[in-house]
Structure formats: C-alpha cells, structure tokens
Design a protein around this ligand. Structure first.
Ligand code: PLP
Length: 224
C-alpha cells in the first residue's frame, strides 16, 4: 500500500478538527503506523506529524530507517526480552506496566522517557497496571532514574462514551495527582471523549491511514 500525502494531510486536518470540536488545545497527535509499511511513517512526517506509534518490536525494527526521522513511541505490550533491541529505536516507552519492565528499560537505556500504562477499564486484556498501584509504580520508575513523562491508558471496548469517559477521567486524575505532563489516551473511535476528559496526546491510526491490513501473527513472536 502506498499513501498519498494530500489524503493523509487532509485526514490529519480532520483529526485536528475533531480535537478542537471536543475542546482540545495543544493536543498532540501520535500517528499510529502499526500494520502499515515504512511509507506510512514517511507520509505522516511529511504531513506534519512529529511522533509515530508502533506496537510490535520486529515490525518496528523492520521500519527503523523511516522511524529514525520521527520521535518513536512504543505503544504495544512489551516483553522484557525485546527491550534491548528496541532502545536504539524507541524514544518513549508508553507501556510500562510493571517494575520488571521498568528495570530492564533503565538497565538498557538509563534515563529513558517512559509513560506508565494504567488500566482504567473493568475489562480484561486492556493492559496496564491496576489503577490502585499506579502511584507505587510511578515512584519505582522514578527511583530507577527513568524520566516519567506521564500516563497512558486504553479506553474500554464496551459501554460506549459513558464508560470511556469514566476510565479517561481516572487516568487524568492520576496524571494530575502525580504532577505529570502527558496524558496519552484516545484513539480513532474515542478521541473526542478522551480530549474532553483531558488527553494531552491522542494515538490515531485508522483515521489517518484507513483500515489496517489484517496482521499475520508471527509464530515465534506472538507479541511482536
Ligand atoms: C492500534 C492502537 C492505536 C490506534 O488505533 P486506531 O483505532 O487505528 O486509531 C492507539 N493506541 C494503541 C495502544 C493501539 O494499539
């Protein structure tokens, strides 16, 4: 698949319109390029995005040349044994959900920028540390010398905007309580709710690039 700069620029403008309509000011758009080729990264940068998000280690490494021009955020579930390969490519690890992972990042990339991922839903499989443990994990991350930029959360699949708003409100409250700058929440489907609840960064893929091709699971590497 190849991307057309005019269409992606137009899609990005539309995302900015949606953010402004929801009351957002200075909300960063992280262009989520997972599932697409390196040209999605190049086109996002040409359209004016500064940062890109990727979920899978091997896929990101295969696009590292294009990614080198961007600020790269890792937004997928992360196995500890993948960290070593990623530290040269990733600028911000958004999915720190346990102290073991924080320790590995601190070891391989002292002082790295991270977000703690917090689970604000009542649904399984969203990832993130339980909301009740976020203060403790934030302390541990800082004690390890990592730079804690903020928190990240994924909204619920069920329950519509009301359930999403409830989860996002919890994340934003924790960001404020911890005195952090970044609140990464909201995707294509729920970005208005996230912005209304105080997102400082939305992570947007399909609204910019269209539907993702089906992912072929890698047998050796289920999490990428
Ligand atoms: C894929 C993904 C996104 C982007 O999803 P879209 O619905 O395509 O906008 C955002 N955040 C995370 C964690 C993702 O895995």
């Amino acid at each position: 698949m190849t991307f057309d700069l005019a269409s992606v620029s137009e899609a990005l403008a539309h995302v900015h319109d949606r953010i402004h309509s929801a009351g957002g000011v200075d909300v960063e758009v992280l262009a989520v390029t997972k599932g697409f080729g390196a040209d999605a990264i190049e086109t996002a940068l040409a359209a004016g995005c500064r940062s890109i998000g990727e979920n899978y280690a091997q896929e990101l490494l295969s696009k590292r040349d294009a990614a080198a021009q961007a600020e790269v955020h890792f937004i997928g579930q992360l196995q500890t044994n993948k960290v070593r390969q990623l530290v040269d490519v990733v600028d911000v690890f958004q999915t720190v959900d346990r102290v073991k992972l924080a320790r590995e990042i601190a070891k391989r990339s002292p002082g790295a920028r991270v977000l703690v991922q917090v689970d604000t839903t009542d649904e399984p499989g969203k990832g993130g540390c339980p909301i009740g443990q976020v203060d403790q994990l934030a302390d541990q991350v800082r004690e390890l010398g990592l730079v804690l930029d903020g928190l990240m959360t994924v909204g619920p699949t069920e329950g519509g905007p009301a359930a999403a708003a409830r989860g996002f409100r919890r994340a934003r409250a924790a960001v404020d309580r911890l005195g952090l700058a970044v609140c990464s929440m909201g995707m294509t489907a729920d970005l208005e709710v996230a912005v209304a609840e105080g997102a400082t960064m939305v992570r947007v893929g399909s609204a910019l690039f269209g539907p993702r091709p089906a992912r072929v699971p890698d047998r050796d590497n289920p999490e990428g």
